[in-house]
Design a protein around this ligand. Structure first.
Ligand SMILES: [Fe+2]
Ligand SMILES: [Fe+2]
Length: 168
């Protein structure tokens, strides 16, 4: 099966899943770089953990949008070209999200704006006062243990993430 038909099939499957408000990771894979698909540090296992952590943080962060957090988790590292220095992979993921809204997933304009902000800036090391973006970035940083890096309070934006850090 060629790349074009596999993308068409992924789009059809994604439409079905996004109608249920769920983003299926398998359907995102055709849009990921070859490196991202196979990376132990930044690949699908990491996306899945960020989604799980993000879902927990959302439940403890009133006002944060669970759909945006779920989309962020699944898309944020899909455009990496390496596990090393790749400062623009978040901005490439934001470009992908803008391209795929309406085919890969559904989102309102406000959700898409938040998603693009969260994706685009997630590798820049900032904190955020916007609750949905804050949960996205914290969920990613709380999985830093896989790289042998202990997450620190100072780099977390939400009280839910700081509580979780103290609990482990
Ligand atoms: Fe990243
Ligand atoms: Fe990540």
């Amino acid at each position: 099966m060629g790349r074009g038909s596999s993308r068409q099939k992924a789009r059809a499957l994604l439409r079905a899943s996004s109608e249920r408000g769920v983003v299926n990771l398998e359907h995102v894979l055709p849009y990921a770089t070859a490196h991202a698909r196979s990376s132990r540090l930044h690949g699908p296992d990491h996306w899945r953990r960020v989604a799980e952590i993000g879902a927990q943080l959302v439940r403890e962060t009133p006002g944060a949008d669970p759909h945006v957090v779920d989309l962020f988790a699944t898309l944020h590292d899909t455009q990496r070209h390496s596990d090393g220095h790749d400062p623009d992979h978040g901005r490439r993921a934001a470009d992908l999200a803008l391209e795929l809204r309406g085919s890969l997933f559904e989102a309102t304009n406000e959700q898409l704006f938040l998603l693009a902000e969260a994706l685009g800036g997630h590798a820049d090391g900032f904190l955020s006062g916007e609750l949905t973006i804050a949960v996205c970035w914290d969920a990613d940083r709380l999985d830093l243990g896989r790289c042998g890096i202990q997450p620190e309070d100072a780099f977390l934006s939400t009280s839910a993430a700081r509580r979780r850090l103290r609990a482990v």
